[in-house]
Design a protein around this ligand. Sequence first.
Ligand code: C2E
Ligand code: CA
Ligand code: CA
Length: 617
Amino acid sequence: MDESTIVSPSIHPAVKVEDLLHTREDSGGVQPDRDSLLSLKIQQAELQSQIDELRRGQIELEESRDQYMDLYEFAPTGYVTLSLRLVVLHINATGARLVGSDRTRLLGHRFARFIAAKDRDRYLTCIRQLKEDGDRRTVDVDLALEKGGRLAVQLDLVRVMPANSDATIRIALTDVTERKRAEAEIKRLAFYDALTFLPNRRFLLDRLEVLLTTITFRPQHGSILFLDLDDFKTLNDTHGHAFGDIYLQEAARRLTSSVRACDTVARLGGDEFVVIIEKLNETEIQAAAETMRIGEKILLALSEPYLLSGIEYRSTASIGVSLFCDEHLSGEELLQQADLALYSAKTAGRNTIRFFDPQMQATVAARGALLTDLRRALQNHQFLLHYQPQVDRQRHLKGVEALVRWQHPERGILSPADFVPFAEEKGFIDSLGQWVLETACSQLNEWSRKPEMAHLSIAVNVSAQEFRHPHFVDKILSIIERTGADPRYLVLEFTERLMFGTIKDTLAKMTTLKSHGLRFSLDDFGIGYSSLAYLQSLPLNQLKIDQTFVRNMVANPNDVAIARSVIALGQSLGLDVIAEGVETQEQHRLLEAHGCGGYQGFLFGRPAPAEDLRLPF
Ligand code: C2E
Ligand code: CA
Ligand code: CA
């Protein structure tokens, strides 16, 4: 600023007051009096002080402008000014740093050029809206950096209209990497499972709803696979949660790699997973077949042995399926259907796939009441133990198999198939098993005092879950002690499911029990996952040929061959072989011809209360 602009020319302070007076004298003026001279001097002094103040102000202004320029240049926010043609007219140092380029290379270029291609349209829309009707707009975009990579920024756009420049828009650029990260983290917490990083229930239901809406416009089939790992609870109980967690993570990994990228795999919690399969065939039959294939692939992947923290573990899963197409049902309802089908898969013997059918609905209500009923049943002594004869080649009674029954107050006598799988699922099997063992052992004790019955053994069915309970061995030994039963007459029957889980644990338990005189029979042999290596490593006493082979023996030579090879296998391993489900003389004759040593079935007697066992047999 120049002085003349701030000082009135008529009383310029640089002019000496005396000179001013002279001028007036020269022009023939009158001699000024002392008073006016004084007043002029005072005026001049005042002016001088005003000038000093203005100078100070000017210096301060310059300093603050420099400060402002520093602040502006290096502010945490980047500033860009765009021309009418959206070209960069000016950009501060921070702005250039964020864009990741040299300022000289930015000036004169359209700003859109530095925005990632995917976000360019949104940026331009935002500019259009700003020009049409707004004074400011905000949009999040990624900058495409010159050195490669992206930077998430927030753009705050403001319209400016300076009088003598063509600047139109000023943009504030803020680095929002941290905010985006926090947003993603929140989203992850809200929609993903922390253990497996799979989508959670909320995500799944969201996805389903979207899918169901789109499917209304473009008909196609989809399916929901509700999946549950068999025996997970026992694994957790026996090996601890940390071990269970590793297993879940591995199962999640296998699950994800068994399906296509467009399918959704979610974890609902615990050992429950759901897979949504999309874009299946238009016909229901084809869609069901495709789903079946995928389900089988999943089951296979999940049943491969696991190596968890150095321990080999084997397990299986069960799957319930509900198909959908042009649905009037909600996602939640479809999920419920798949859950019902899952229950039926579990009941059918696990490692199985079941499709929902409407009749299942009827069992829902019953199922709800069942658990309450089961608990009450134990207190109210509603369980019964029936015994089915087992005979040798000479048809002499050698022992019995104990089979539980439930005398339900309203539904009559229920067979184990109606409640044992449910009791296993709900963790009730330990209490039920304890009752069965106690009753059988008391029976053994009672028989030991009758000479004609003292030689009979009792075979008790033990669920894999029960067996894997950490205190299973202690429980059995204390029951034996309490009831006074002779452990040499107690046989534990279990299926090949027991071989799933950790072999070391199974072996240790069996060895301890065997050292107390107990015997072991492998039930339902031939239908399972028989691994000969396992079979040989376990201290078994008996193989039980599954009744499905016995049933069809007469009509199906293949089943005869299976029965024959089980008998041969037993002989080579030094194990007794017993056939179950023997109903006809013909079956008996065939089995006998192939060297079977023991028999059980309706031909020799149905399961019945202990007092119905009559001797001589
Ligand atoms: P399982 O151990 O295979 O028992 C043999 C089943 O075959 C019994 O069915 C028996 O009644 C039936 N059965 C025996 N002989 C014949 C025959 O000649 N023909 C036909 N068609 N069937 C015959 P049940 O009593 O209904 O038991 C079913 C399953 O429930 C048993 O299969 C066993 O796995 C389980 N179970 C029974 N009692 C118990 C128990 O106390 N604890 C546990 N954990 N499971 C049990
Ligand atoms: Ca059995
Ligand atoms: Ca059996």
